[in-house]
Ligand binder design. Structure first.
Ligand code: F6P
Length: 358
């Protein structure tokens, strides 16, 4: 009898259920009654606290199109994993104990960057771990694409499309703030897809004057509206010169709730124009996965089942050049995949006349 545990950790996204279904269906196909699948609740919390349930094949039916995760999720910061908290719980020892108590042959972990650091830690502690790359940020090293990303692009693009019509009617400047944490992928691709005039991403620090001159130039061309797609992690040229600590402090002291609102204030003063802000926030992570994510999540899932069958552990399933591959967790953990400022996609945006803020 094979006993497989699965957990979803970190921020949710579209395609988690499709990926769980992919793993489960492929395992049931391969091992039939000789496999038992256990769903661990709320990510690493469930593994620490021994909170899990035995799943049945029917639990994985009808969930392909469902957003969120049937297992629940939570954020358990990696930097605290080795820290004994007030409750005196040694989290790593507790996770190992749960794994042993469950008599697992393998643990499938679906998550993003922080999740992969802990997955690597658990793999180093001797657990048989296979991971799947999940995040709307697309910032996981070692894979060309993560699941959830394309669905988030579609939503962000839809927001930009809607903002376009109202911006045109009113002749206003609109700032749309998009997620992505420290990576600009989502903003860049949605910005291009949604016809943004200015795209600001963390990888390319912006200069306010450049943005102002772009807005003024558009005004002179008779274009009464402008749309800025701004990543939540965008930062100014001046901020890019600060140390990590100084930057954190500066942001903590910022009067506005986020970068989009600060830009709106600054640009409003410099241009004398009316500026509106739209922040779709968690909308971008919600709802049904798009067709691309359904397919990619399924492929990631069935590939994870194949790795379990081959007893190839300590790896993340990844997509590279259109092919499913697996990458050692030690290579993935702690590395961020950000937008190379000199990349072809950035050049394409610039060739189109999009202002990247620099
Ligand atoms: O990593 C996914 C993500 O949506 C980021 O884009 C964003 O910065 C963060 O999660 C938001 O986290 P939370 O859901 O905890 O507010």
């Amino acid at each position: 009898m094979k006993r497989i545990g699965m957990l979803t950790s970190g921020g949710d996204c579209q395609g988690l259920n499709a990926a769980l279904r992919g793993v489960a269906k492929a395992l049931y196909e391969e091992f039939g009654k000789d496999v038992e699948i256990y769903g661990i609740h709320d990510g690493y919390r469930g593994l620490i606290e021994g909170d899990y349930q035995k799943m049945a094949p029917e639990n994985f039916s009808g969930i392909l199109t469902h957003g969120g995760t049937i297992l629940g999720t939570s954020r358990q910061p990696f930097k605290l994993m080795r820290v004994i908290g007030e409750n005196n719980v040694d989290k790593v020892a507790a996770m190992k104990a749960t794994y042993a108590k469950m008599k697992l042959d393998a643990l499938v972990i679906l998550g993003g960057n922080g999740t992969h650091k802990t997955a690597n830690l658990l793999s180093g502690e001797g657990l048989n771990v296979v991971t799947l790359p999940k995040t709307i940020d697309n910032d996981l090293w070692g894979t060309d694409v993560t699941f959830g990303y394309q669905s988030a692009i579609d939503i962000a693009t839809y927001v930009l499309d809607c903002i376009h019509t109202t911006a045109t009617s009113h002749g206003r400047i609109f700032i749309v703030e998009l997620m992505g944490h420290k990576a600009g992928w989502l903003t860049l691709e949605a910005g291009i897809a949604g016809g943004a005039d200015i795209i600001l991403i963390p990888e390319i620090p912006y200069k306010l004057d450049k943005i102002v001159s772009t807005l003024n130039r558009r005004g002179k061309q008779g274009k009464e509206f402008s749309i800025l797609a701004v990543a939540e992690g965008a930062l100014s040229y001046e901020e890019s010169k600060l140390s990590k600590k100084e930057f954190k402090q500066a942001r903590a002291n910022m009067a506005e709730p986020s970068i989009a609102y600060r830009l709106a204030n600054e640009l409003g003063k410099k241009t004398g124009q009316e500026i509106r802000v739209a922040v779709p926030g968690h909308f971008q992570r919600g709802g049904s996965p798009c067709a691309f994510d359904r397919v990619i999540s399924t492929r990631f899932g069935t590939e994870a089942a194949r790795l379990i069958k081959e007893k190839k552990f300590g790896h993340m399933v990844a997509l590279q050049n259109g092919k499913m591959v697996d990458v050692p967790l030690s290579e993935v953990a702690g590395k961020l995949k950000t937008v190379p400022p000199e990349s072809e996609i950035v050049r394409s945006a610039r060739d189109l006349g999009i202002c990247m803020g620099d």
